[in-house]
Ligand binder design. Structure first.
Ligand SMILES: C[S@@+](CC[C@H](N)C(=O)[O-])C[C@H]1O[C@@H](n2cnc3c(N)ncnc32)[C@H](O)[C@@H]1O
Length: 361
C-alpha cells in the first residue's frame, strides 16, 4: 500500500480526508485516511483497484481544494536520536531518488505547536542532511524538472516522514505556502489573499494573460480595499462596491470608482475583465450571484471566496460547484474552475473561474 501525505489547514483534516477519498477513487484508487486532527495533516493509504494496471496514477497534488501539498511514497522513520538523525533519514531518501538525482530537499513542519517549534531546528539540521545526501552519492540538480523533490516532515524530534513529489504535480513552496510580503501601503491584510490566489490558482501563462495587460475589474464587498489595491497596483481600473469606506490613498490613484451600493444587486454598464468578490456571505448567496454575472456575460474571469459551514465542507464545496455550473449555463468544456483553501484563507476557500480559451475576449 502507498502512503500519501496531504497538508491542509489545521482543523480541516476531515474535509481534506473526504476530498482525498473522492479524488483517489476518481483515479481508480481504493484507500483510507489516517487523520491527525489539529495538525493539518492527513495520511492517505491507497492501492489502485487494479494493481497490474501501470496506467493508473494517483491524483495530481495540484488538484486538491483542501490540501496545499501532496507527498507521495511516504514512510515514517522512527527512533531518531540526538547525535545522528541525518543518517537514517538519508538512507530512506535514497530509495526515493532511484536515478541518484534530486531537484530539491524540502524540510516541512506541521501546523501544530510542536510542529512549529521544530521548524527553527531545521536551520541547524539542513547542512548535516545535505552533506549526508552527498556522501550517499545523491546529486542535487536544481534545474532537472524530472528529478523528484524530496520531503522530510518531522512531527517530533524522534520521528520523521520522508517522501517525494514531482515538480509538475506539486506546489512550488515548502509546506505548500508561498511567503508573501505585506505591501506597506495596502489597506488590509486581505490583500495577501488575492496575491496568493493569483500565485496559486493561476499558472504563468494565465497570470500573463490576465494581469500583464491591465483592464477593468469589479470588486464586490471591496472596503477598505485590499483586493482593489492588488488590481490598482497592476494598473486595472476598478469599480469598488461597498457601503463601507475605501482607503483614501487608493481613491487618490484615480483608478477606483467607489459605488456605495448593495453588492448583491449591483450590475455594471459594460462587461468587465475580472469580477472579484470577498463578501462575508453564505455560499447560497454568493454562488448564484457569481453564476448570474457569467450567465449575463458581465465578466470574463472571476475570483471569489466561499465561506464554508462548520461541518461537511467538502460536500458543501461540491454542491456549490454543481450549482455554479447549473446556474451559470457554463460547463467544464468551456470554462476552467479551480478552488483552493489558501494559506491566507480562514473558514473559506477561494475560487477561480476563467474561460478555457485564454484571452479576454
Ligand atoms: C471581508 S470584507 C472585504 C475586504 C476586502 N476584500 C479587502 O481586501 O479589504 C467584506 C466587505 O463586504 C462588504 N459587504 C458585505 N455585504 C455587502 C453587500 N450586500 N453590499 C455591499 N457590501 C457588502 C462589507 O461592508 C465589507 O466591507
Amino acid at each position: 500500500m502507498r502512503s500519501f501525505l496531504l497538508y491542509c489547514r489545521a482543523g480541516f483534516e476531515k474535509d481534506c480526508a473526504a476530498e482525498a477519498h473522492d479524488r483517489f477513487a476518481e483515479k481508480g484508487w481504493n484507500g483510507y485516511p489516517q487523520i491527525q486532527e489539529g495538525q493539518g495533516l492527513v495520511i492517505f493509504n491507497a492501492d489502485p483497484f487494479d494493481p497490474e494496471d501501470r496506467s493508473i496514477h494517483p491524483p495530481c497534488g495540484l488538484d486538491f481544494v483542501f490540501a496545499r501539498q501532496m507527498v507521495d511514497d511516504a514512510q515514517l522513520v522512527k527512533g531518531l536520536a540526538d547525535g545522528d538523525r541525518a543518517t537514517p533519514l538519508v538512507q530512506a531518501l535514497v530509495s526515493l531518488a532511484p536515478k541518484g538525482v534530486y531537484r530539491e530537499l524540502r524540510l516541512e513542519y506541521l501546523e501544530s505547536q510542536e510542529g512549529l517549534g521544530i521548524a527553527p531546528f531545521y536551520k541547524k539540521f539542513s547542512p548535516a542532511l545535505f552533506n549526508a545526501l552527498k556522501r550517499q552519492g545523491l546529486k542535487h540538480e536544481r534545474q532537472d524538472a524530472r528529478a523528484p523533490i524530496l520531503h522530510i516532515l518531522m512531527p517530533s524530534y524522534e520521528e520523521a516522514w520522508v517522501g517525494r513529489s514531482w515538480p509538475s504535480r506539486t506546489s512550488p513552496w515548502v509546506n505548500g505556502i508561498p511567503r508573501l510580503k505585506f505591501p506597506k501601503d495596502a489597506p488590509s491584510r486581505s490583500t495577501l489573499k488575492l496575491d496568493e490566489a493569483f500565485l496559486t490558482l493561476l499558472d504563468e501563462e494565465e497570470r500573463k494573460k490576465l494581469l500583464e495587460n491591465p483592464g477593468t475589474a469589479v470588486d464586490l464587498g471591496a472596503a477598505p480595499g485590499g483586493w482593489t489595491f492588488q488590481m490598482v497596483q497592476r494598473g486595472f481600473f476598478v469599480t469598488a462596491v461597498d457601503n463601507g469606506a475605501m482607503d483614501q490613498a487608493l481613491m487618490n490613484t484615480g483608478l477606483v470608482d467607489h459605488k456605495t451600493e448593495d453588492a448583491l444587486k449591483f450590475r455594471p454598464r459594460h462587461a468587465v475583465d475580472l469580477l472579484l468578490c470577498d463578501m462575508v456571505e453564505r455560499p447560497q448567496k454568493v454562488v448564484p450571484l457569481m453564476a448570474s454575472w457569467f450567465k449575463d456575460r458581465l465578466c470574463r474571469w472571476a475570483v471569489f471566496n466561499l465561506k464554508l459551514p462548520m461541518k461537511k465542507r467538502f460536500e458543501e464545496y461540491e454542491n456549490s460547484l454543481q450549482q455554479f455550473w447549473e446556474l451559470s449555463g457554463l460547463n467544464p468544456d468551456t470554462h476552467v474552475l479551480r478552488a483552493r483553501q489558501l494559506y491566507h484563507d480562514r473558514e473559506e476557500i477561494t475560487v477561480l473561474v476563467r474561460p478555457k480559451v485564454l484571452g479576454r475576449g
